[in-house]
Design a protein around this ligand. Structure first.
Ligand code: HEC
Ligand code: HEC
Length: 379
């Protein structure tokens, strides 16, 4: 009797599992319909996500507006100046590299390379992140070493392997370009060029970098046909079984925090990167990197801080396995710096269909890049 009961339960479970796995393929199955009915309701009424106790999460939601007014003439002039500076290779020592060399608008302000190439084609050790929605981050760079956009930009301009330009000498250099004077006058009231003003204009311009409204946003606004059954299944998995919401939550799919996703490459000279630890020197920060937002992610490969991954099915396989969990060997056992993968990452047991559904969902938050006209360079 027990055996029969056991067998019946197993059969029932298998059936539920089967209908769930195929929810995206056979839309007549009740589970796809009921998932749709659940997710057609406002996000506040969605099922609770699968996040661990103590995790601070926010529900996914509509693309927010950036915190910059594009209306006032003052702001418009500042943004126009920032745009010219962003495109101008004369901000670099060699006069050949501009911000767009590594943050190209047609690639969602990233560069499509594994790691960026800067001055004299020297390779950076990290992947250039997309600057879309960059205003949202509380700290900048993969390791959070800059607190805001104005502080951030002195880095790339003066870095030997990026733009290699003495930042202190930059105002004088630009003052010699007559066409810049009226642009600074319009933005600041007088035509004095200072490092602070260059930083302010570039930072303000970057506040305008947003994603386009995606199928997911239209879906949230009630246009429920914008997501396929497979994408709704992916949305549900993203929030539940796949545990993505433990880190990629809120309207921009990031918790604004740092985690070790197992990609420290500890002890492997070429790739080793201890991430946030290099800045804070706190043992618990070894191998932590900023959680990147995921809007438009299907268009911004290669991915991760080292740009070593360019196939989303591979990325999903890696998450499904719980990401790399390096084991300390020999001497390493007593090494306090031996990196620990975040315990929020664990094997997920997702089927192939489920992994594909999550990728389909990521596609629903991905849009075409904006078409942006390059500004005329001042002479
Ligand atoms: C040679 C390539 C290169 C150039 C040129 C370059 N960047 Fe970057 N940028 C990068 C890389 C690589 C990173 C990530 C570095 C890191 O996190 O350690 C980055 C990071 C950033 C970030 C942080 C983004 C985030 O999500 O934390 C901002 C903002 C940024 N760059 C703006 C600029 C601006 C403004 C300019 C022009 C003044 C510029 N960059 C020039 C390659 C470049
Ligand atoms: C423990 C927190 C955490 C969880 C859970 C998590 N991620 Fe991430 N994710 C990160 C961090 C941190 C990075 C960057 C790590 C690095 O570069 O070393 C990242 C990077 C990514 C990237 C690369 C983005 C880019 O622009 O380079 C994708 C795609 C991604 N995650 C998708 C997912 C999906 C899908 C899930 C659920 C299956 C998930 N993540 C679960 C923290 C997490």
């Amino acid at each position: 009797m027990k055996k029969v009961l056991f067998g019946l339960t197993a059969l029932l479970l298998a059936l539920i599992q089967f209908s769930f796995n195929n929810a995206g393929l056979l839309s007549i199955l009740p589970s796809a319909d009921s998932l749709r009915a659940i997710y057609n309701r406002p996000p506040a009424e969605w099922p609770k996500p699968n996040v661990d106790k103590d995790v601070k999460w926010k529900e996914l939601g509509l693309l927010p507006k950036p915190p910059v007014s594009l209306q006032s003439t003052e702001a418009k002039n500042m943004i126009e100046l920032g745009k010219v500076l962003f495109y101008d290779p004369r901000l670099s020592g060699s006069n050949q590299i501009s911000c767009i060399s590594c943050h190209a608008p047609e690639m969602h302000w990233s560069d499509g390379r594994q790691v960026s190439l800067g001055h004299n084609q020297m390779a950076n050790s990290r992947n250039a992140p997309s600057l879309e929605n960059v205003w949202y981050y509380q700290k900048l760079f993969w390791d959070g070493r800059a607190k805001d956009l104005e502080e951030q930009l002195v880095g790339p301009i003066s870095s030997d392997i990026e733009m290699h330009q003495d930042f202190k000498a930059l105002p004088q250099k630009l003052t010699k370009i007559k066409g810049y004077l009226p642009l600074f006058a319009d933005a600041f009231g007088d035509n004095k060029i200072t490092g602070e003003r260059i930083a302010k204009a570039l930072a303000t311009y970057q506040l305008t970098f947003t994603s386009r409204k995606s199928d997911f946003d239209y879906f949230l606004e009630g246009n429920t046909k914008r997501l396929t059954d497979q994408q709704i299944e992916g949305l549900h998995l993203f929030r539940t079984k796949a545990r993505c919401m433990n880190c990629h939550s809120g309207p921009l799919f990031t918790d604004n925090d740092f985690h070790n996703a197992g990609l420290t490459y500890y002890g492997r000279a070429k790739y080793e990167d201890l991430g946030r630890y290099n800045i804070t020197k706190k043992v618990e920060d070894v191998g932590k990197f900023k959680t990147p937002g995921l809007r438009d992610v299907m268009n911004t490969k290669p991915w991760f801080h080292n740009g070593l991954f360019d196939n989303m099915e591979g990325v999903m396989n890696m998450y499904n396995a719980g990401m790399p969990q390096p084991k300390a060997k020999g001497e390493q056992v007593n090494d306090p710096l031996f990196p620990k993968t975040d315990p929020l990452l664990k094997p997920l047991g997702l089927t192939k269909e489920e992994r594909l559904a999550i990728i389909a969902f990521l596609q629903s938050i991905t849009t075409e890049p904006w078409r942006i006209k390059a500004p005329v360079m001042p002479m």
